[in-house]
Write a protein that binds this ligand. Structure first.
Ligand code: ASP
Ligand code: MG
Length: 408
């Protein structure tokens, strides 16, 4: 007998019919003798509808009232799913976050889970019931309803799996797993059987939006085995774990990319102590996140300084720099480019193998793609290129690192 936490996202419970299909799926596992806790999101579009309602009522509603409102979406789904389970002869009980007692801090709209009381859930599981829990919500010390931030049901699923020491946490979604890259860009992209937490975090933070990043961090911290699968298709999905796959000994596990990048360069900056902080301090003060940073060696006492930001922050970052020009003195010029993208190869295999970077650079060179910036970490190499090369770069790298799906 195994204990599983199944989490179903908004699309998977988007209609009455789909909730019935979820009940069938849960029934199958339950009938096979497994203990099941199901975590559900609000029906698709519901949370957005509630946000819009709040905005219509008040320009800036308080976060406390927003949480009271937004948490209702999930409450609808737990009741409906429990009814659907009863309909197919499965004993089930629904719980809001407060009823379980998912205790959080009081940071409304972005609360963090502190503790989970497993007593109610255990008693139901031991009595042969399926436990249905509302995702995305909890309760603080004072009894206020809190929510965990958009997409937070993934985190609820993982947190319950950690608390209950579940065998696996299944995240059912509308894709059938984690892919080597976005199949819309590379039709030959392959589903991965297995990927490590570290790799998944790199892929996720680089824009492969399968899972809420926080839930992956949480799962890694508590060593919860996470599996991403499709609600609509049969299949094994992708297992996210600490272990490296025995089967797929590929050097590179995937290729991530981010289209929302922009680059700013300051030329002729005096090469003096404190200059980097003089430039990036005011940028940070504007709450603009900086990603890659490159400073060249100096010639004649001045240097070039380049960094990247999210494309949405490009104009603001540029005006911060304009404001600094006088202070930096000399012949400082500002050059901006908001038509760049970042392409990264990710894989724990690169730790133990030399030559990955040179393969990457040669592949891009052979396609005539100019690399504008490079940055590396232990399991990732990222390059910045002109956005017009995005598809070409990703496809070429996918092939070069043997990630293309084998055709029968
Ligand atoms: N319903 C919430 C949202 O849309 C939480 C979730 O779906 O994970 O953000
Ligand atoms: Mg969701």
């Amino acid at each position: 007998m195994a204990l599983y936490v199944y989490k179903f996202g908004g699309t998977s419970v988007g209609t009455v019919e789909r909730i019935k299909a979820v009940a069938e799926k849960v029934k199958k596992s339950h009938d096979a003798g497994d203990q099941i806790v199901v975590v559900v999101s609000a029906m698709s579009g519901e949370t957005n509808r509630l946000v819009a309602l709040a905005k219509e009522m008040q320009v800036q509603p308080t976060d406390r009232e927003l949480d009271v409102l937004l948490s209702t979406g999930e409450q609808v789904t737990i009741a409906l799913l429990s009814m659907a389970l009863h309909n197919v002869g499965v004993d089930a009980r629904s719980y809001t976050g407060a009823q379980v007692k998912i205790l959080t801090d009081s940071a409304h709209t972005k609360a963090r889970i502190r503790e989970i009381d497993e007593a109610n859930m255990r008693a139901d599981l031991d009595a042969g019931r399926v436990v249905v829990v509302a995702g995305f919500q909890g309760v603080d010390e004072q009894g206020n309803i809190t929510t965990l931030g958009r997409g937070g049901s993934d985190t609820t699923g993982v947190a319950l799996a950690a608390a209950l020491k579940a065998d696996e946490c299944h995240i059912y979604t509308d894709v059938d797993g984690v892919y080597t890259t976005d199949p819309r860009v590379v039709p030959k992209a392959r589903r991965l059987e297995q990927i490590t937490f570290e790799e998944m975090l790199e892929m996720a933070s680089l824009g492969s939006k399968v899972l809420q990043i926080r839930s992956v961090e949480f799962a890694g911290k508590y060593n919860v085995k996470l599996r991403v699968l499709s609600s609509f298709m049969e299949g094994n999905g992708t297992l996210i774990t600490y272990e490296e796959s025995e089967m797929e000994r590929a050097l590179i596990s995937g290729i991530a990319f981010n289209r929302d990048e922009a680059k700013l360069t300051l030329t002729g900056v005096p090469d003096l102590p404190g200059v980097a902080s003089k430039i990036l301090g005011p940028v940070a003060a504007e709450n603009i996140e900086v990603d890659m940073i490159v400073q060249n060696i100096s010639a004649h006492g001045t240097t070039d300084f380049t960094f990247t930001v999210n494309r949405n922050d490009f104009a603001r970052a540029k005006s911060v720099l304009e404001g600094l020009r006088n202070e930096l003195g000399g012949n400082t010029q500002i050059i901006g480019d908001n038509s760049i993208v970042k392409v990264s190869i990710v894989g724990v295999g690169m730790r133990s193998h030399a030559g990955i970077a040179s393969t990457m650079f040669k592949t891009l060179a052979d396609e005539g793609i100019n690399i504008q910036m490079i940055s590396t970490s232990e399991i990732k190499i990222s390059v910045v290129v002109d956005e017009k090369y995005l598809e070409l770069a990703v496809r070429a790298l996918h092939k070069a690192f043997d990630l293309d799906q084998e055709t029968a």
